[in-house]
Design a protein around this ligand. Structure first.
Ligand code: ATP
Ligand code: MG
Ligand code: MG
Length: 549
C-alpha cells in the first residue's frame, strides 16, 4: 500500500491529539442514507473515516442516516453493510439516526421551551417564498411569534398524528435576515405518514437531516465529523443546534471535496434511475460505479483503497480521470492475477505433423514473476484454437503474429509454422494448417529467432465461455453537466462474446480469483450468470490504457 501522504484532515487530527482537544480520542463515523447502493464516491468517505480511526487507534461507527423513510429500504441497508465490510473495514458500533428519534424529539421540545423553535402552518411553497434570496432578507412567518405553550401543544399533537402531512412543520427560530439561507429558520421536523423500515409506524413526524446529523454525532461522541463540501454552509446550523441543547459533546465538522470521476455518475438518485429505467442490469451491473458493480467486474477492495489514498484529500472540487482508477486496478491485478489462456474469437489450427490422438500436459507458470503461485497443467493436442486476429494474410508492418510461411511461438508450448490457409466458399478463413518444431519446447529453435508469441487452447479440451467486455458507461467525461445525463450513455458500453473458448484449468474458476487472460485483459468469473457448461467472465480492465469509447 502507498505511504500515507499528509493531508489537511490528517493535520487537523494530529494537532487535536497534540493539544488534547478531545482527550486524546479520535472518533469518526460513516453516515450513509440507505436510499441506494454505495458508489465509488462513498468509498472515498469510507476510507477516510475508517482510515483516520485506524491510524489513530480510534473508533468509527457505521450510522444509517435513516430519516427519509419514503426512499429507504432494508435491501439498501444490507447492501451497505456488505460493501463496507467488503472494502475491508469493520465498524466499532452500528447505529441508526432512528435510534435517536425519542432523544431528538426531546431536544426539539427543549428548543421550543427556550423560545428557539416554533410550529409553522405555512406550506412548503410559502416557506420557500418567505425565505428570501442571497440579496434579499427573508420575511418572518406569521406563526413565528406563536406562544411557547401553543408550540408545545401543537408539536405534541403533530407527534400524536392529529394533523395531515404537510399541515405543520417545526422550525428553528434563528435569523430570517441571515446572509446564510440555511440559518433562516430551517425546518427541523415534518409530518409524514410513511412506514419506516426500522421504526414501522411508531412515528408520523420525522426530523430533518441537518437537525438529526449534529445531534447523532454528539450522542455518539464523534470527535471529527467529516463530510463533503456542500455541507460547509450548513456548519453554522450544525453548531447552532449543538450550542442550544445540552448534548454530551460538540463534534467538529470538517468538509472535504467529493469525488467526481470522469465518464461516470456518483449520485445515488441518478444511479437509481439507470437501474429503474433498465439502462443497466441492476445496481451490481459491472458498468456501474457502485461497489457492488465494481466487485462484480472483478475490481479488488485493495485497488479501491489504493485509489482513495492516491487521489488525496482537498477542499477543491475536481474531476478525477478514470485512468487513475484503472491504474490502481492494474497495479493490483498485475501482481496478483493468475495467468491463463482464453481465445475470444477462435480460429482452428491443425498441426499436421503432430501425432493423432496424442495429448501432452504442459506445465505453465501461473505468474511470470511470482513463482510461488505455482504452475498449472495445460493440455496440448493436434487441433488448437488461436485468435482470428493472430493470423493475417496481408500483415500490416511490424506484425509479429502468425503469417503464411512464417513461424510464431505458442505461449508455453512449441513454435509452429503456417503452411496453408483453408477457406470456405465465401472466402472466409476456416482453418490454418501448420507444422510444429518438436525441439522448441522451453527453448529457442536452432539458428533462427521467433519474435511473436500468441496464446491458444486445445480445441478438444477447451471449455465454452461467454466473455463480456465492458466499456465506459458514458461517452462524455462529465455526464453530470449534460442537460440530460441519460443522453450521454455510451451505446457500446457492453460487448458480449458468446462463443469463446477458455483453457481447461478454468473449470475450477471461482469468484474469488482474478485472472489475466494472456494478451487480452483482466477478467473474473461472473458468479451470477455462469451456469454449468457455460461460464461467464467479465472484463475488469484492459491490459493497458486505452478504453474504447
Ligand atoms: P448521493 O448524492 O450519491 O446520494 P449522498 O452524499 O447523498 O450521495 P450519503 O448516503 O448521504 O450520500 O453519503 C454518506 C457519506 O458519503 C456522506 O458523508 C457523504 O458526504 C459521503 N459521500 C457521498 N458521495 C461522495 C463522493 N462523491 N465523494 C466523497 N464522499 C461522498
Ligand atoms: Mg444524502
Ligand atoms: Mg444526495
Amino acid at each position: 500500500e502507498p505511504s500515507l501522504a499528509p493531508n489537511f484532515i490528517r493535520q487537523i487530527i494530529a494537532n487535536d491529539l497534540k493539544t488534547d482537544k478531545h482527550k486524546g480520542r479520535v472518533a469518526t463515523r460513516f453516515p450513509p442514507e440507505p436510499n441506494g447502493y454505495l458508489h465509488i464516491g462513498h468509498a472515498k468517505s469510507i476510507c477516510l473515516n475508517f482510515g483516520m480511526a485506524i491510524e489513530n487507534n480510534g473508533t468509527c461507527n457505521l450510522r444509517f442516516d435513516d430519516t427519509n423513510p419514503e426512499k429507504e429500504s432494508d435491501e439498501y441497508v444490507q447492501s451497505i453493510m456488505r460493501d463496507v465490510q467488503w472494502l475491508g473495514f469493520s465498524w466499532s458500533e452500528l447505529r441508526h439516526a432512528s435510534d435517536y428519534f425519542e432523544q431528538l424529539y426531546g431536544y426539539a421540545v427543549v428548543l421550543i421551551e427556550k423560545g428557539l423553535a416554533y410550529v409553522d402552518s405555512l406550506s412548503a411553497e410559502q416557506i420557500r417564498a418567505y425565505r428570501g434570496t442571497l440579496t434579499e432578507p427573508g420575511k418572518p412567518s406569521p406563526d413565528r411569534d406563536r406562544p411557547i405553550a401553543e408550540n408545545l401543544d401543537l408539536f405534541q399533537r403533530m407527534r400524536a398524528g392529529e394533523f395531515a402531512d404537510g399541515q405543520y412543520v417545526l422550525r428553528a427560530k434563528i435569523d430570517m435576515a441571515s446572509p446564510n439561507i440555511n440559518m433562516r429558520d430551517p425546518a427541523i421536523y415534518r409530518i409524514r405518514r410513511v412506514h419506516h423500515q426500522r421504526t414501522g409506524d411508531a412515528w408520523c413526524i420525522y426530523p430533518m437531516y441537518d437537525y438529526t446529523h449534529c445531534i447523532s454525532d454528539a450522542l455518539e461522541h464523534i470527535t471529527h465529523s467529516l463530510c463533503t463540501l456542500e455541507f460547509e454552509d450548513h456548519r453554522p446550523l450544525y453548531d447552532w443546534v449543538l450550542e442550544q441543547v445540552e448534548t454530551p459533546s460538540h463534534p467538529q465538522q470538517i468538509e472535504f471535496a467529493r469525488l467526481q470521476l470522469e465518464y461516470t455518475i456518483v449520485s445515488k438518485r441518478k444511479l437509481n434511475l439507470l437501474v429503474t429505467e433498465k439502462h443497466v442490469n441492476g445496481w451490481d451491473d459491472p458498468r456501474m460505479p457502485t461497489l457492488a458493480g465494481l466487485r462484480r467486474a472483478g475490481v479488488t477492495p485493495k485497488a479501491i483503497r489504493d485509489f482513495c489514498e492516491r487521489i488525496g484529500l482537498t477542499k477543491q472540487n475536481s474531476w478525477i480521470e478514470m485512468g487513475v482508477l484503472e491504474y490502481c486496478i492494474r497495479e493490483d491485478l498485475n501482481e496478483n492475477a493468475l495467468r491463463v489462456m482464453a481465445v475470444l474469437a477462435p480460429l482452428r489450427v491443425v498441426i499436421t505433423n503432430y501425432p493423432d490422438g496424442q495429448t501432452e500436459n504442459l506445465e505453465i507458470s501461473n505468474h511470470p514473476q511470482r513463482h510461488e503461485l505455482g504452475k498449472r497443467s495445460v493440455p496440448f493436442a493436434k487441433t488448437i484454437l488461436i485468435e482470428q486476429d493472430d493470423f493475417a494474410e496481408n500483415p500490416p508492418p511490424k506484425y509479429k503474429r502468425l503469417v503464411l510461411g512464417e513461424e510464431v511461438r505458442l505461449r508455453g508450448s512449441y513454435v509452429i509454422r503456417c503452411h496453408e490457409v483453408v477457406k470456405d466458399a465465401d472466402g472466409n478463413i476456416t482453418e490454418l494448417r501448420c507444422s510444429y518444431d518438436p525441439d522448441t519446447l522451453g527453448k529457442n529453435p536452432e539458428g533462427r529467432k521467433v519474435k511473436g508469441v500468441i496464446h491458444w487452447v486445445s480445441e478438444a479440451h477447451a471449455l465454452p465461455a461467454e466473455i463480456r467486455l465492458y466499456n465506459r458507461l458514458f461517452s462524455v467525461p462529465q455526464p453530470d453537466n449534460e442537460a440530460n445525463f441519460l443522453d450521454a450513455l455510451n451505446p457500446n458500453s457492453l460487448e458480449v462474446l458468446s462463443d469463446c473458448r477458455i483453457e481447461a484449468s478454468l473449470a475450477e474458476a471461482t469468484g474469488e480469483h482474478r485472472y489475466q487472460f494472456e494478451r487480452t485483459g483482466y477478467f473474473c468469473l461472473d458468479t451470477v450468470d455462469s451456469v454449468d457448461g457455460k461460464k461467464v467472465f467479465n472484463r475488469t480492465v484492459t491490459l493497458r490504457d486505452g478504453w474504447v469509447k
